[in-house]
Design a protein around this ligand. Sequence first.
Ligand code: ADP
Ligand code: MG
Length: 247
Amino acid sequence: MIALDRVRRRYGMVTAIDDVSLTIAPGAFVALVGASGSGKSTLLRMINRLEEPDSGSVTIDGRDVTDQPAHRLRRRIGYVFQQHGLFPHMTVAANIAIGLTLAGRPVGDRVGEMLDLVELPRDVATRTPDALSGGQRQRVAIARALATAPPILLLDEALGALDPVTRDAVAGRLVDLHARLGLTTLLVTHDMAEALLTASRVLVMDEGRIVADATPAQLVAGQGGPVAEGLMAVPRHQAERLAALAR
Ligand code: ADP
Ligand code: MG
């Protein structure tokens, strides 16, 4: 279980995280949605210690994340962000294996297995990232994040740079992987439709606070409160327009 207890984080005059308490159950697929600047990335990055709270605590299975060296913590937490972050001069294989290599663990057939997992042909292993499409790169980033078999996967706008068709395909793949690997997944997005269609629990952030914590069905039923309703307007309007076209 991931737990945040009364977490605060400020940057100068800006309060990025304002007294957030939250628990995420093992095996949950949670989306964190909100406008740009609402504090989503900061919150996510506190879980793998890329940011530290000013006050409050972050624990995983009851253990404070600061209890162990950051690199050891991060081996248990996959992390994917928008600009895939692959090493450009390394092959796909070396990118995927980097976590294992750094940990001094054998790579074996892990690269091939991970490529199978994200449904990429095994022969991309010898290419460098610039010889892949955006969607393929993002799949490699996911494969890299999962290569050390972490129980937790953090995704920060990880699908944001993809075209809609690829995005939908990779999102579907993620939901599938989440279930198959028994992951605890936390997906940050500014896109409410993406949150509704992937997660089983949606947290809405506004100015550093969590202002809604609801299921997709509750949000669709208009039970998320004003900020959530504001974010629901776009998918609602699109659905209405599509329905009108079908008449
Ligand atoms: P989101 O991911 O929802 O767009 P962020 O967590 O990135 O939001 O940022 C929340 C707030 O904290 C914003 O006002 C942002 O400008 C500020 N912020 C985030 N990181 C830094 C930083 N390293 N230095 C200064 N301000 C920051
Ligand atoms: Mg962000």
